[in-house]
Ligand binder design. Structure first.
Ligand code: PMP
Length: 412
């Protein structure tokens, strides 16, 4: 929630991997905002495309038979990039709305198939799927679900790294009652948790075995973060639905959506009575779609989509040595341009502000990183250079040494 803090850190301007605060100081954006500035900041062509569209037609709905050119073009472009056959695209305002839309599509698909009992949704421990009703109800980060009452009664979670756990849960609930399984290819907000080998292939296979729709949440992992358009391509799987947001516009304007496999979309088009009664006001917003199209142009033209994979080894090389530091419990990196440095429980016990302190120490070195659970996360723009990754590593190393002094000065 936005609150007025006494000392707010006001970001004023952005250019490529850099952002500037209101005092004019420059920082390396080690997190690409909230995992979204994939094309980097300050791209005039994206701003110009959005501005031109705002002047021509800022907003108009795509309900009924209405449409607009940017929405049509973006949906077609995304469908063409998606790793599923005959894809259809449902556009939303962001990732959380995409999650709610995907689960509602899944339930309506099963209803149309004569399986109205299939409403249960399985997600993973540590999963983050946004702040809307369904996304909150399936949250795997317990604290994000607590205190809101039962948002989605027909939901359960499985441990995040076991294919067998998913199979057992489907059998426990009853396959005839399970609508969908939601998974982030690499868990993001839950702490940057890459999947164990064989996991993604395994869970998609289990879903298909039991007629459960596999929903890949590529809100973070898409648009180059893992080196491909939707993140899942590297495992060669074909999910039934894929949610996206963030990198689709690199955050220049809010936009998200759902890629729907042709087989799952079919009943919505072929059966006149099967209307999908679900339409966010800003679905297909022309200016947001124009920003998305211009952003995809930039990602393609500058060869940025593959960068997540090209740079993952370098990021891992930079972060892994930090694991030897006495305050560090674990370093996670190696799948995409995503990393996390987790502090030991002892450090966090002795100094409860340790993560925020380390964030500030890195900031003082001119590098922005972000606390996530017990770790600090790294996910820079895809334009980042190897030397800038090293700068992130150095900021961590120096910050950790300073933090160690602070921890040692705490009284036992
Ligand atoms: N899914 C995932 C994996 C996310 O990381 C997020 C946002 N961090 C969302 C969904 C929700 O997206 P939004 O905040 O745009 O609603």
């Amino acid at each position: 929630m936005a609150t007025v803090a006494e000392h707010e850190f006001v970001i004023e301007r952005g250019e490529d991997v850099w952002v500037y605060d209101s005092g004019g100081r420059r920082y390396l954006d080690g997190t690409a905002g909230l995992w979204y500035a994939n094309a980097g900041h300050g791209r005039a062509e994206i701003a110009d495309a959005a501005a031109a569209q705002l002047r021509k037609l800022a907003g108009y709905s795509i309900f009924g038979d209405f449409s607009n050119e940017p929405a049509r073009a973006l949906a077609e472009r995304i469908a063409g990039l998606a790793p599923v056959p005959d894809a259809k695209v449902f556009l939303t305002t962001g990732g959380g709305e995409a999650i709610d839309s995907a689960v509602k599509i899944a339930r309506r698909y099963h209803l149309a198939q004569g399986e109205p009992e299939r409403v249960h949704v399985i997600s993973r421990a540590q999963a983050y799927h946004g702040t809307n009703g369904i996304g909150t109800g399936v949250a795997g980060i317990e604290a994000n679900r607590a205190g809101f009452g039962e948002m989605l009664p027909a939901a359960s979670r499985v441990q995040y790294d076991s294919v067998e756990a998913l199979r057992e849960e489907i059998l426990r609930v009853g396959p005839e009652r399970v609508a969908a399984f939601l998974f982030e290819p690499v868990i993001g907000a839950g702490g940057v948790l890459p999947p164990p080998e064989g996991y993604i292939e395994g869970v998609v296979e289990v879903c298909h075995e039991f007629g459960v729709l596999a929903i890949a949440d590529a809100v973070i992992c898409g648009f180059g973060r893992l080196g491909s358009w939707f993140g899942v391509e590297r495992w060669g799987v074909e999910p039934d639905l894929i949610t996206f947001a963030k990198g689709v516009t690199s955050g220049y304007l809010p936009l998200g959506g759902v890629v729907v496999h042709g087989r799952v979309a079919e009943p919505f088009f072929s059966r006149p009575g099967n209307v999908f009664r679900h339409g966010p006001t800003y679905s297909g917003h022309p200016a947001c779609c124009a920003a998305g199209l211009a952003n995809i142009d930039v990602l393609e033209r500058d060869g940025l989509v593959g960068r997540g994979r090209e740079l993952e080894g370098e990021l891992a090389n930079v972060l892994r040595p930090l694991a030897a530091h006495p305050l560090v419990a674990e370093v996670r990196a190696g799948v995409g341009l995503l990393g996390a440095v987790e502090l030991t429980a002892e450090t966090r016990d002795r100094l409860p502000s340790a993560l925020a302190d380390l964030q500030l120490l890195a900031r003082r070195q001119g590098v922005l990183v972000r606390p996530l659970g017990a770790a600090l996360a790294v996910s820079p723009p895809l334009t980042v250079q190897a030397e800038q990754l090293r700068q992130i590593g150095e900021a961590f190393a120096e910050g950790l040494d300073e933090l160690k002094l602070k921890v040692e000065s705490t009284v036992d």
